[in-house]
Design a protein around this ligand. Structure first.
Ligand code: WQD
Length: 338
Protein backbone atom coordinates (compact mmCIF):
# COMPACT_ATOMS: atom_id res chain seq x y z
CA UNK A 1 0.00 0.00 0.00
CA UNK A 2 1.48 3.39 -1.05
CA UNK A 3 1.64 6.23 1.45
CA UNK A 4 2.66 9.81 0.68
CA UNK A 5 4.79 11.48 3.38
CA UNK A 6 5.17 15.20 2.78
CA UNK A 7 8.23 16.65 4.54
CA UNK A 8 9.54 13.08 4.71
CA UNK A 9 13.18 14.24 4.71
CA UNK A 10 12.61 16.26 7.87
CA UNK A 11 13.21 15.34 11.51
CA UNK A 12 9.91 13.63 12.42
CA UNK A 13 9.07 12.81 8.80
CA UNK A 14 12.20 10.73 8.19
CA UNK A 15 11.71 8.72 11.39
CA UNK A 16 8.09 8.09 10.39
CA UNK A 17 9.13 6.92 6.90
CA UNK A 18 11.36 4.29 8.55
CA UNK A 19 8.54 3.04 10.78
CA UNK A 20 6.12 2.92 7.80
CA UNK A 21 8.64 0.89 5.80
CA UNK A 22 9.18 -1.43 8.78
CA UNK A 23 5.41 -2.07 8.69
CA UNK A 24 5.58 -2.96 4.97
CA UNK A 25 4.16 0.24 3.49
CA UNK A 26 5.52 1.58 0.20
CA UNK A 27 6.50 5.21 0.83
CA UNK A 28 6.72 8.15 -1.55
CA UNK A 29 8.24 11.33 -0.11
CA UNK A 30 7.56 14.86 -1.28
CA UNK A 31 9.98 17.42 0.12
CA UNK A 32 11.13 20.81 -1.20
CA UNK A 33 14.43 20.42 0.71
CA UNK A 34 14.09 23.99 2.04
CA UNK A 35 14.84 22.72 5.54
CA UNK A 36 16.25 19.25 4.82
CA UNK A 37 18.62 17.38 2.51
CA UNK A 38 18.29 14.53 0.00
CA UNK A 39 21.17 12.86 1.90
CA UNK A 40 18.54 11.84 4.49
CA UNK A 41 17.33 9.26 1.94
CA UNK A 42 20.56 7.29 2.46
CA UNK A 43 20.02 7.34 6.20
CA UNK A 44 16.45 6.07 5.81
CA UNK A 45 17.37 3.26 3.42
CA UNK A 46 20.39 2.24 5.52
CA UNK A 47 17.98 1.56 8.42
CA UNK A 48 15.03 -0.01 6.59
CA UNK A 49 16.88 -1.54 3.64
CA UNK A 50 14.37 0.12 1.31
CA UNK A 51 14.82 3.35 -0.68
CA UNK A 52 11.59 5.40 -0.66
CA UNK A 53 10.44 7.06 -3.87
CA UNK A 54 11.41 10.75 -3.62
CA UNK A 55 10.06 13.75 -5.54
CA UNK A 56 11.37 17.24 -4.92
CA UNK A 57 8.18 19.31 -5.19
CA UNK A 58 7.17 22.66 -3.73
CA UNK A 59 3.62 22.04 -2.51
CA UNK A 60 2.87 25.73 -3.05
CA UNK A 61 2.81 24.93 -6.78
CA UNK A 62 -0.77 23.76 -7.25
CA UNK A 63 -0.23 22.33 -10.75
CA UNK A 64 2.67 20.21 -9.43
CA UNK A 65 0.48 18.84 -6.65
CA UNK A 66 -2.29 17.97 -9.13
CA UNK A 67 0.23 16.32 -11.46
CA UNK A 68 1.69 14.28 -8.59
CA UNK A 69 -1.70 12.79 -7.69
CA UNK A 70 -2.42 12.02 -11.36
CA UNK A 71 0.83 10.03 -11.50
CA UNK A 72 0.35 8.36 -8.10
CA UNK A 73 -3.35 7.43 -8.13
CA UNK A 74 -2.54 4.45 -5.86
CA UNK A 75 -1.67 6.68 -2.89
CA UNK A 76 -4.05 5.48 -0.15
CA UNK A 77 -2.92 7.72 2.68
CA UNK A 78 -1.02 10.93 3.33
CA UNK A 79 1.00 11.93 6.38
CA UNK A 80 1.52 15.67 6.11
CA UNK A 81 4.62 17.05 7.85
CA UNK A 82 5.73 19.65 5.29
CA UNK A 83 5.39 23.08 6.91
CA UNK A 84 7.45 25.99 8.22
CA UNK A 85 7.80 25.61 11.99
CA UNK A 86 9.94 28.34 13.55
CA UNK A 87 7.78 30.26 16.01
CA UNK A 88 9.97 33.38 16.03
CA UNK A 89 10.33 33.49 12.23
CA UNK A 90 6.56 33.21 11.86
CA UNK A 91 6.12 36.45 13.81
CA UNK A 92 8.50 38.23 11.40
CA UNK A 93 7.15 36.61 8.20
CA UNK A 94 3.45 35.76 8.75
CA UNK A 95 2.50 35.59 5.04
CA UNK A 96 5.30 33.08 4.37
CA UNK A 97 3.74 30.89 7.06
CA UNK A 98 0.15 31.30 5.91
CA UNK A 99 1.09 30.59 2.28
CA UNK A 100 3.36 27.64 3.06
CA UNK A 101 1.38 26.03 5.86
CA UNK A 102 -2.20 26.74 4.80
CA UNK A 103 -2.08 27.07 1.00
CA UNK A 104 -0.33 23.71 0.61
CA UNK A 105 -2.77 22.01 2.99
CA UNK A 106 -5.71 23.21 0.88
CA UNK A 107 -4.10 21.84 -2.32
CA UNK A 108 -3.50 18.44 -0.68
CA UNK A 109 -7.06 18.25 0.68
CA UNK A 110 -8.51 19.16 -2.74
CA UNK A 111 -6.66 16.22 -4.29
CA UNK A 112 -7.65 13.81 -1.53
CA UNK A 113 -11.29 14.93 -1.82
CA UNK A 114 -11.33 13.56 -5.37
CA UNK A 115 -10.52 10.04 -4.14
CA UNK A 116 -13.10 7.41 -3.15
CA UNK A 117 -11.30 6.72 0.08
CA UNK A 118 -8.45 8.70 1.62
CA UNK A 119 -6.69 8.74 4.99
CA UNK A 120 -4.95 11.90 6.14
CA UNK A 121 -2.68 12.40 9.15
CA UNK A 122 -1.92 16.00 10.09
CA UNK A 123 1.13 17.13 12.03
CA UNK A 124 -0.26 19.45 14.67
CA UNK A 125 1.13 20.75 17.95
CA UNK A 126 0.29 21.20 21.63
CA UNK A 127 0.91 24.86 20.90
CA UNK A 128 -2.80 25.06 20.03
CA UNK A 129 -3.58 24.87 23.77
CA UNK A 130 -1.48 27.92 24.65
CA UNK A 131 -1.07 27.90 28.43
CA UNK A 132 -3.67 25.27 29.34
CA UNK A 133 -5.54 25.79 32.60
CA UNK A 134 -5.10 22.21 33.81
CA UNK A 135 -2.23 19.72 33.74
CA UNK A 136 -1.96 17.16 32.26
CA UNK A 137 -3.53 18.49 29.05
CA UNK A 138 -6.26 16.36 27.46
CA UNK A 139 -7.76 16.71 23.99
CA UNK A 140 -10.81 18.27 25.68
CA UNK A 141 -8.75 21.29 26.77
CA UNK A 142 -9.86 24.41 24.91
CA UNK A 143 -7.85 25.65 21.96
CA UNK A 144 -6.65 29.14 22.89
CA UNK A 145 -5.93 32.18 20.66
CA UNK A 146 -2.59 31.46 19.03
CA UNK A 147 0.46 33.34 20.32
CA UNK A 148 2.21 33.19 16.92
CA UNK A 149 1.32 32.86 13.23
CA UNK A 150 2.99 29.43 13.36
CA UNK A 151 0.63 28.33 16.13
CA UNK A 152 -2.27 29.90 14.23
CA UNK A 153 -1.48 27.82 11.13
CA UNK A 154 -1.79 24.67 13.25
CA UNK A 155 -5.15 25.79 14.64
CA UNK A 156 -6.42 26.88 11.23
CA UNK A 157 -5.09 23.70 9.67
CA UNK A 158 -7.10 21.58 12.10
CA UNK A 159 -10.25 23.62 11.41
CA UNK A 160 -9.80 23.35 7.63
CA UNK A 161 -9.45 19.56 7.91
CA UNK A 162 -12.42 19.29 10.29
CA UNK A 163 -14.65 21.35 7.95
CA UNK A 164 -13.53 19.36 4.89
CA UNK A 165 -14.19 16.02 6.60
CA UNK A 166 -17.63 17.26 7.71
CA UNK A 167 -18.77 17.45 4.07
CA UNK A 168 -16.72 14.55 2.73
CA UNK A 169 -17.43 11.23 4.45
CA UNK A 170 -14.92 9.50 2.15
CA UNK A 171 -12.08 11.52 3.71
CA UNK A 172 -10.85 10.31 7.13
CA UNK A 173 -8.38 12.41 9.11
CA UNK A 174 -6.47 12.46 12.40
CA UNK A 175 -4.64 15.48 13.81
CA UNK A 176 -1.70 14.56 16.04
CA UNK A 177 -0.79 17.25 18.57
CA UNK A 178 2.90 16.75 19.39
CA UNK A 179 4.39 17.92 22.63
CA UNK A 180 8.17 18.36 22.44
CA UNK A 181 9.88 15.93 20.06
CA UNK A 182 13.55 15.13 20.71
CA UNK A 183 16.30 12.59 20.08
CA UNK A 184 17.51 10.60 17.08
CA UNK A 185 17.18 7.09 15.65
CA UNK A 186 19.23 4.56 17.70
CA UNK A 187 21.09 3.55 14.52
CA UNK A 188 22.62 7.04 14.37
CA UNK A 189 21.67 7.24 10.68
CA UNK A 190 18.97 9.92 10.98
CA UNK A 191 18.28 12.65 13.51
CA UNK A 192 17.55 16.34 13.98
CA UNK A 193 19.53 18.65 11.69
CA UNK A 194 18.68 22.20 12.81
CA UNK A 195 19.91 24.82 10.34
CA UNK A 196 21.73 27.73 12.00
CA UNK A 197 21.34 28.46 15.70
CA UNK A 198 18.92 25.91 17.20
CA UNK A 199 15.72 27.45 18.57
CA UNK A 200 14.79 24.33 20.52
CA UNK A 201 16.28 23.34 23.88
CA UNK A 202 17.65 19.85 23.19
CA UNK A 203 19.70 20.55 20.05
CA UNK A 204 21.07 23.67 21.73
CA UNK A 205 22.14 21.54 24.71
CA UNK A 206 23.87 18.90 22.57
CA UNK A 207 25.62 21.55 20.44
CA UNK A 208 26.81 23.25 23.64
CA UNK A 209 28.00 19.85 24.87
CA UNK A 210 30.04 19.57 21.66
CA UNK A 211 31.51 23.04 22.16
CA UNK A 212 29.73 24.41 19.08
CA UNK A 213 27.90 26.90 21.34
CA UNK A 214 29.61 28.76 24.15
CA UNK A 215 26.88 28.16 26.71
CA UNK A 216 23.15 27.52 26.97
CA UNK A 217 20.94 30.43 28.03
CA UNK A 218 18.17 29.19 30.30
CA UNK A 219 15.23 31.48 29.60
CA UNK A 220 14.14 32.27 33.13
CA UNK A 221 14.17 30.48 36.48
CA UNK A 222 11.48 32.61 38.15
CA UNK A 223 8.47 30.63 36.93
CA UNK A 224 5.98 29.14 39.43
CA UNK A 225 7.48 25.63 39.13
CA UNK A 226 9.53 23.50 41.53
CA UNK A 227 12.92 24.70 40.26
CA UNK A 228 11.64 27.90 38.62
CA UNK A 229 12.20 26.74 35.02
CA UNK A 230 9.52 25.89 32.45
CA UNK A 231 8.08 22.40 32.15
CA UNK A 232 7.52 20.53 28.88
CA UNK A 233 6.74 16.95 27.78
CA UNK A 234 9.80 15.71 25.85
CA UNK A 235 8.82 12.81 23.65
CA UNK A 236 11.32 10.54 21.87
CA UNK A 237 11.04 10.95 18.08
CA UNK A 238 10.90 7.17 17.46
CA UNK A 239 7.95 6.88 19.87
CA UNK A 240 6.33 9.74 17.99
CA UNK A 241 6.95 8.10 14.61
CA UNK A 242 5.36 4.84 15.76
CA UNK A 243 2.26 6.79 16.84
CA UNK A 244 1.85 8.03 13.24
CA UNK A 245 1.78 4.46 11.95
CA UNK A 246 -0.80 3.51 14.58
CA UNK A 247 -2.96 6.50 13.61
CA UNK A 248 -2.71 5.67 9.90
CA UNK A 249 -3.56 2.01 10.51
CA UNK A 250 -6.60 3.12 12.52
CA UNK A 251 -7.92 5.02 9.50
CA UNK A 252 -6.93 2.46 6.86
CA UNK A 253 -8.61 -0.23 8.96
CA UNK A 254 -11.78 1.85 9.27
CA UNK A 255 -11.48 1.76 13.08
CA UNK A 256 -12.08 5.50 13.47
CA UNK A 257 -15.21 6.63 15.35
CA UNK A 258 -15.55 9.92 13.44
CA UNK A 259 -13.89 10.94 10.23
CA UNK A 260 -11.96 13.64 12.09
CA UNK A 261 -10.17 12.79 15.36
CA UNK A 262 -7.51 14.46 17.48
CA UNK A 263 -4.82 12.86 19.70
CA UNK A 264 -2.21 14.35 22.01
CA UNK A 265 1.22 12.71 21.67
CA UNK A 266 3.45 13.02 24.71
CA UNK A 267 4.93 10.88 27.46
CA UNK A 268 2.54 12.23 30.10
CA UNK A 269 5.54 13.34 32.16
CA UNK A 270 6.66 16.95 32.54
CA UNK A 271 10.37 17.82 32.76
CA UNK A 272 11.81 21.21 33.65
CA UNK A 273 14.63 22.84 31.70
CA UNK A 274 17.03 22.12 34.57
CA UNK A 275 15.91 18.48 34.65
CA UNK A 276 16.66 18.21 30.92
CA UNK A 277 20.09 19.73 31.52
CA UNK A 278 20.73 17.18 34.31
CA UNK A 279 19.61 14.40 31.97
CA UNK A 280 22.23 15.52 29.45
CA UNK A 281 24.89 15.62 32.17
CA UNK A 282 23.99 12.10 33.31
CA UNK A 283 24.09 10.53 29.84
CA UNK A 284 27.15 12.44 28.59
CA UNK A 285 29.17 12.53 31.80
CA UNK A 286 29.86 16.20 30.97
CA UNK A 287 29.04 19.34 32.89
CA UNK A 288 26.87 21.62 30.73
CA UNK A 289 27.84 25.27 30.49
CA UNK A 290 24.71 27.36 31.07
CA UNK A 291 23.51 30.64 32.53
CA UNK A 292 20.12 31.87 33.65
CA UNK A 293 18.85 34.82 31.59
CA UNK A 294 15.54 36.64 31.21
CA UNK A 295 12.38 34.86 30.22
CA UNK A 296 11.74 34.31 26.46
CA UNK A 297 8.66 36.20 25.23
CA UNK A 298 5.75 33.89 24.50
CA UNK A 299 6.94 30.96 26.60
CA UNK A 300 4.26 29.17 28.61
CA UNK A 301 5.01 27.89 32.10
CA UNK A 302 4.00 24.26 31.75
CA UNK A 303 2.69 21.76 29.19
CA UNK A 304 2.56 18.00 29.46
CA UNK A 305 0.12 15.53 27.93
CA UNK A 306 -2.76 13.49 29.26
CA UNK A 307 -1.94 10.40 27.18
CA UNK A 308 -5.06 8.36 28.05
CA UNK A 309 -6.81 8.78 24.70
CA UNK A 310 -3.74 7.83 22.63
CA UNK A 311 -3.03 4.90 25.00
CA UNK A 312 -6.60 3.56 25.00
CA UNK A 313 -7.85 4.44 21.52
CA UNK A 314 -4.69 4.34 19.39
CA UNK A 315 -3.16 1.51 21.42
CA UNK A 316 0.05 3.54 21.59
CA UNK A 317 2.23 4.50 24.56
CA UNK A 318 5.66 6.12 24.64
CA UNK A 319 8.31 3.54 25.60
CA UNK A 320 11.48 5.56 26.09
CA UNK A 321 12.67 7.60 29.06
CA UNK A 322 14.07 11.14 28.93
CA UNK A 323 17.59 9.81 29.52
CA UNK A 324 17.27 7.24 26.70
CA UNK A 325 16.02 9.92 24.32
CA UNK A 326 18.76 12.32 25.45
CA UNK A 327 21.42 9.62 24.97
CA UNK A 328 20.28 9.18 21.35
CA UNK A 329 20.40 12.96 20.81
CA UNK A 330 23.92 13.17 22.26
CA UNK A 331 25.22 10.20 20.21
CA UNK A 332 23.72 11.72 17.06
CA UNK A 333 25.32 15.13 17.74
CA UNK A 334 28.73 13.49 18.17
CA UNK A 335 28.30 11.46 14.99
CA UNK A 336 27.12 14.41 12.88
CA UNK A 337 30.08 16.51 14.05
CA UNK A 338 32.64 13.69 13.69
C1 WQD B 1 11.53 24.33 25.56
C2 WQD B 1 11.89 24.99 26.87
C3 WQD B 1 12.29 27.35 26.70
C4 WQD B 1 15.89 27.03 24.23
C5 WQD B 1 8.43 24.90 20.46
C6 WQD B 1 7.23 25.22 19.63
C7 WQD B 1 6.39 24.00 19.48
C8 WQD B 1 7.21 22.91 18.88
C9 WQD B 1 8.40 22.62 19.79
C10 WQD B 1 7.12 22.80 16.49
C11 WQD B 1 11.21 26.35 27.05
C12 WQD B 1 13.56 26.60 27.12
C13 WQD B 1 14.76 26.71 24.97
C14 WQD B 1 17.00 27.64 24.87
C15 WQD B 1 15.81 27.57 26.96
N1 WQD B 1 7.68 23.29 17.60
N2 WQD B 1 14.74 26.97 26.31
N3 WQD B 1 16.91 27.88 26.22
O1 WQD B 1 9.01 26.46 23.01
O2 WQD B 1 8.23 24.34 24.19
O3 WQD B 1 8.01 24.52 21.74
O4 WQD B 1 9.15 23.85 19.88
O5 WQD B 1 6.19 22.06 16.41
O6 WQD B 1 5.31 24.30 18.62
O7 WQD B 1 6.48 26.20 20.33
O8 WQD B 1 10.26 24.27 22.74
O9 WQD B 1 12.63 23.66 22.81
O10 WQD B 1 11.99 26.04 22.18
O11 WQD B 1 11.74 25.29 24.53
O12 WQD B 1 15.77 27.81 28.18
O13 WQD B 1 18.06 27.97 24.26
O14 WQD B 1 13.29 25.24 26.88
O15 WQD B 1 12.16 28.56 27.45
O16 WQD B 1 10.88 26.51 28.41
P1 WQD B 1 8.86 24.99 23.02
P2 WQD B 1 11.73 24.84 23.00
Amino acid sequence: MKILVTGGLGFIGSHTVVELQNEGFEVVIIDDCSNSSEKVLEGISSISGKMPIFEKIDLKEKAKVEDFFKRHQDVQGVIHFAASKAVGESVQKPLLYYENNIGTLVYLLKELSKKDNASFIFSSSCTVYGQADEMPISEKAPVKPAESPYGNTKQMGEEIIRDTCAVNPKLKAIALRYFNPMGAHPSGSIGELPIGVPQNLVPFITQTGMGLREELSVFGDDYPTEDGTCIRDYIYVVDLAKAHVKALQRLLGGKNQDNYEVFNLGTGKGSSVLEVIHSFERVSGKKLNYKIVDRRAGDIVSAYADTKKANDVLGWKSQYTLDEAMKSAWEWEQKVRA
